[in-house]
Design a protein around this ligand. Structure first.
Ligand code: SAM
Length: 355
């Protein structure tokens, strides 16, 4: 469900899906919206010892003081640790520990980068591969009837063991972490998931390569193999599939600074569902600032009623690019051709045949 406010409404915008329109004149410097926390996120492995798992504070490369080594998480303060523990709950904490153990046990199979080769997989091949992964996850999570016992007290059966062996030749800890965060959110925030995550703009062909599709699909039965009985396989399947579909159109980078100008380190990325309705303009009228686990959107000039409220999806030096470079960048990263007023003006001046 899109966010609601007295200041704006969410409407269909020609050629850009939904967007946010000012319902009345808004003065400069007005905070028009503050989002909730992310539904899923990942802090890249190389930043995990330096970035608070709760508020995403990055302390200039220094390891943070409060550590939970068994969970592979660090925190900037005891209170951040406490609030993270409370948010995850005992099932979530146990799941992070299981992930950490799984990665440690399979250290030699860890891959950090996906090598993209060949064409993007078609929608049909994605659907087929996902149904196979779903089936594998169901077999792996059991319960399997063996002499009247279930997996909980017997361990995985023969079919499950064969699948686990097959899908565990490579593991991608960052993908596992991203998918696990979504699964735990799906489990603990069912209404928000249904209202907010399912309404996001989705991409049915999200994978850049077959290798990326394989990495995601293999991660699903891997997760099923180490999550204990309290986890719903249905939720896991839905969460994993939706992460991939929602990510391309909706993920925001998590940078060390809090605004677009401070992009020193790229620590990971996250999807904040209610923050995902602002379209891009190369001449934005909103500034977005990260405030720990949420985003704040503030007008940078007076906005007449009926104007679309836009942020920029470009950061730092990207804003200095010319129209062709900006459009190429936005096409590559977000999958759209920018037709904002700045692009249209510049395209006309520099190349009158462009629109
Ligand atoms: C964060 S979402 C914004 C909300 C989205 N329009 C929706 O319907 O949910 C980002 C996606 O919106 C679309 N979009 C954003 N800005 C755009 C623009 N200036 N021109 C065309 N499409 C745009 C692209 O599909 C992009 O991947």
């Amino acid at each position: 469900m899109p966010p609601k406010s007295d200041l704006f409404k969410v409407e269909e915008i020609c050629g850009a899906g939904r967007g946010v329109i000012a319902s009345r004149a808004i003065p400069s410097g007005t905070i028009v919206y503050e989002s909730g926390p992310p539904a899923f996120h990942v802090i890249y492995s190389e930043y995990r010892k330096e970035t608070c798992a709760s508020c995403f504070t990055w302390n200039r490369g220094r390891t943070l003081p409060v550590r939970e080594n068994d969970l592979n998480k660090v925190f900037c303060s005891v209170s951040c640790r406490e609030s993270w523990m409370q948010e995850q709950g005992p099932i979530g904490v146990a799941a992070w520990e299981a992930l950490s153990n799984f990665v440690r046990r399979n250290q030699r199979k860890v891959c950090n980068e996906i090598v993209h080769e060949g064409d993007r997989p078609s929608q049909l091949s994605i659907e087929t591969r996902w149904r196979e992964a779903e089936e594998q996850a169901r077999v792996v999570s059991g319960p399997e009837e063996e002499n009247g016992s279930t997996r909980a007290n017997q361990g995985p059966g023969k079919a499950a063991r064969a699948i686990i062996q097959k899908v565990t030749s490579k593991i991608y800890p960052d993908i596992l972490s991203y998918l696990l965060s979504a699964h735990l959110f799906r489990t603990s925030h069912t209404e928000t998931w249904i209202d907010e995550v399912r309404s996001l703009a989705m991409d049915d062909k999200p994978y850049r390569s077959q290798n990326e599709l394989e990495a995601h699909c293999n991660s699903l039965p891997q997760l099923a193999s180490f999550l204990a009985g309290e986890h719903s396989t249905d939720y896991l399947i839905e969460a994993c599939e939706m992460v991939a579909k929602a990510d391309n159109h909706n993920a925001f980078g998590l940078y060390s600074g809090t605004n677009e100008e401070e992009r020193e380190e790229f620590m990971g990325f996250a999807v904040f569902p209610t923050a995902s309705y602002f379209n891009h303009s190369c001449r934005p009228n909103l500034i977005k600032t990260r405030n720990g686990r949420s985003w704040r959107f503030e007008t940078n000039r007076e906005i007449p009623a009926g104007t679309e409220l836009c942020i920029t999806y470009l950061g730092g030096a990207e804003k200095e690019l010319d129209v062709l470079q900006r459009r190429a960048r936005l096409q590559d990263t977000w999958g759209f051709q920018c037709s904002c007023e700045k692009c249209l003006e510049e395209a006309k001046v520099h190349q009158p045949n462009l629109d």
